[in-house]
Design a protein around this ligand. Structure first.
Ligand code: ATP
Ligand code: CA
Ligand code: CA
Length: 414
């Protein structure tokens, strides 16, 4: 946070970054329209396109009132193909990214990254470090080989890599899928790694309106874990095993499972409390954690359609969702679950933060072979240890198969 309370990143005002990258992305997507669709070639992963954005505008760029900047688009043809893989039409991507201001999210991470959410809740833009950007560039061919074989995954889906340059500062950004719906109240949010060392939300984090808790907090809040139907449990664990195998093959570590929990029974209680308050003459105050719904969010949740294909939590684990009729405001795709008290939950989840294992970047740079047949015991064993511990924690401590005693318990206990 800079002077006057204005959020800054590398001393550049966040609002300026936001506006400028929208101009940059708009130009990049527009420019792609003239390039015919074709198969992706290896060199498409290495391409970088740079555009200048002078104040007064140019033949290709509009005039603007931000500081002059350069905008780099990495691997534009390759990313177009990835967006295509997830059914994202160029016009829709443009609309999501550029037609309305982005919303800045408060980041619980220690890295100092800034997160922007598109107005329609579909995409997140995250600032990444130089090395993370380089790592993604090198990862792309192999990563998308995997996504192509298996688009049903909880792995992050990257839809663009950009660099905004202003006053000789570089701000690198990745566009990816948003995991947590903002139109529904998440009663709890967790960033889980399967480690217990220092894995507790800080005091400042806990004081926030909607804190992101960690492993130790989870074990305290849900000592018995969260319960899933047997089929759902199996599908979820299988997906995570498959995903961790991919991450391990790239020697990636330090990723998290992000879990957002909407408690349907709690939400109903909150609703009736609010009604009581209005009935007794008090004004109906919106809950603090409850974001205002934009018109579009509402339309989408009624249509039960997401722009990014097969990427809700339910679709990611290849399970069938039963519609939840009573809660017309709940977005589609949450995984039904229950807590130990038998309350009905909806889980929104995905794996995040996979780019920071750049210790291994040198290896990747070296040759593809060295990555696949790696003799180095340290770099082979640590990622496999990380993956195993992660999976153990998810499959034993966090998620449990529903015991039959909970299955038929009444959903409302009054
Ligand atoms: P650090 O490196 O310190 O762990 P970071 O800045 O790299 O943090 P992440 O770990 O990627 O940040 O994410 C921080 C938080 O941002 C997450 O806990 C989550 O609340 C939110 N977040 C990140 N990625 C997504 C996503 N794809 N969808 C929704 N929310 C996200
Ligand atoms: Ca990180
Ligand atoms: Ca992280």
């Amino acid at each position: 946070v800079g002077e006057g309370g204005e959020i800054t990143y590398k001393k550049i005002q966040s609002s300026q970054i936001m506006g400028s990258i929208q101009l940059g992305i708009q130009h990049a997507i527009g420019g792609l329209a003239s390039k015919p669709e074709r198969d992706v070639l290896m060199q498409d992963f290495m391409t970088v396109e740079t555009t200048n954005f002078p104040h007064e505008g140019s033949n290709h760029t509009p005039a603007h009132h931000y500081s002059e900047f350069k905008f780099k688009t990495y691997a534009p043809i390759a990313f177009r193909c990835f967006r295509d893989l997830f059914g994202i039409q160029p016009d829709d991507f443009l609309m999501s990214m550029c037609s309305a201001p982005l919303r800045e999210l408060s980041n619980p991470g220690a890295s100092g990254s800034i997160f922007y959410l598109t107005y329609d809740d579909e995409f997140i833009i995250k600032t990444v470090q130089h090395k993370e950007g380089e790592f993604l560039q090198m990862l792309l061919p192999g990563y998308y080989l995997n996504l192509n074989q298996n688009p049903r995954t909880l792995l992050p889906k990257f839809f663009g890599l950009y660099c905004y340059q202003c006053n000789s500062k570089n701000v690198r950004l990745v566009a990816m899928n948003n995991i947590l719906p903002s139109s529904v109240k998440l009663h709890q949010k967790y960033d889980l790694k399967g480690s217990t060392y220092k894995r507790k939300a800080s005091k400042t984090e806990r004081q926030k309106g909607s804190p992101t808790y960690k492993d130790l907090d989870f074990m305290e809040h849900h000592p018995e874990g969260i319960f899933l139907e047997a089929d759902t449990f199996t599908a979820l664990i299988k997906t995570m095993q498959r995903d961790c195998r991919v991450l391990e093959s790239f020697k990636i570590m330090d990723y998290s499972l992000l879990v957002g929990i909407h408690n349907l029974d709690e939400a109903q209680r909150e609703k009736s409390e609010a009604r009581k308050r209005t009935d007794s003459g008090h004004s109906d105050e919106e809950g603090e954690g409850e974001p205002k719904k934009s018109g579009l969010n509402r339309t989408r949740s009624i249509n039960r359609q997401r722009l990014v294909a097969h990427s809700t939590a339910m679709e990611s684990i290849q399970a069938e969702s039963e519609p939840i009729d009573e809660e017309e405001d709940v977005p589609p795709g949450g995984i039904p679950a229950r807590n130990a008290r038998g309350e009905r939950l909806l889980l929104f989840l995905g794996i995040i933060d996979i780019l920071q294992s750049y210790r291994l970047r040198k290896k990747l740079e070296h040759t593809w072979k060295s990555m696949i047949h790696d003799g180095d015991t340290v770099s082979v064993h640590r990622p496999s240890f990380y993956a195993q511990r992660f999976l153990d924690f998810m499959g034993k401590t966090v998620f449990k198969k529903i015991p039959s005693s909970l299955k038929h318990s009444p959903s409302k206990r009054k």
